[in-house]
Design a protein around this ligand. Structure first.
Ligand SMILES: Nc1ncnc2c1ncn2[C@@H]1O[C@H](COP(=O)(O)OP(=O)(O)OP(=O)(O)O)[C@@H](O)[C@H]1O
Ligand SMILES: [Mg+2]
Length: 143
């Protein structure tokens, strides 16, 4: 799988932005990587690439944040708190797996056994290399 090195939060955002510019409706991006890897940073860029104005922060008290105003709607899910299979199945995330717009899912490893239900899934894994470096391993995200 393609892998690139990001040297700063801005570079990680730029990767997301590039993907956002070319995204098509129905795209689901599954993000994995440990706490503080840069998943939310990536989503900030993704939103910008889609033309979403305003601030992006992770859904903390809700499962999903919805951003409109861009070229496509963006659904930002964070599954960190969903630990069991029962919690995931009862959370009602189906509509975000075939989105009318783009979905991006932090802690997508939580739903790895649902990945076959997603038509257009791209997986992005961010690994911490050093304080400011990250490796970003991604499925081919051709435009
Ligand atoms: N190259 C880099 N890319 C992304 N973030 C970086 C980089 N270097 C340093 N950072 C820092 O790492 C942190 C990444 O935080 P972020 O909230 O995006 O992580 P996360 O993966 O969403 O974590 P969580 O699992 O808690 O949601 C930020 O404080 C950011 O400034
Ligand atoms: Mg996050």
């Amino acid at each position: 799988m393609p892998c690139l090195i990001s040297h700063s939060p801005a570079e990680t955002e730029a990767v997301g932005e590039q993907i956002g510019r070319h995204a098509r409706s129905g795209l689901v991006i599954g993000l994995s990587g440990e706490l503080g890897a840069g998943k939310t940073q990536f989503v900030k860029g993704l939103a910008r690439g889609l033309g979403v104005a305003g601030r992006v922060h992770s859904p903390t008290f809700t499962l999903v944040n919805e951003y409109s105003g861009g070229r496509l709607k963006l659904f930002h899910l964070d599954l960190y708190r969903l630990e069991t299979r029962a919690q995931i199945l009862s959370a009602g995330i189906e509509e975000f797996l075939q989105p009318a717009g783009v979905s991006v899912i932090e802690w997508a490893e939580r739903i790895c056994d649902l990945r076959f239900a997603i038509c257009d899934l791209r997986q992005v894994r961010i690994e911490i290399v050093s304080e400011t470096e990250r490796s970003i391993i991604h499925d081919d995200i051709g435009a």
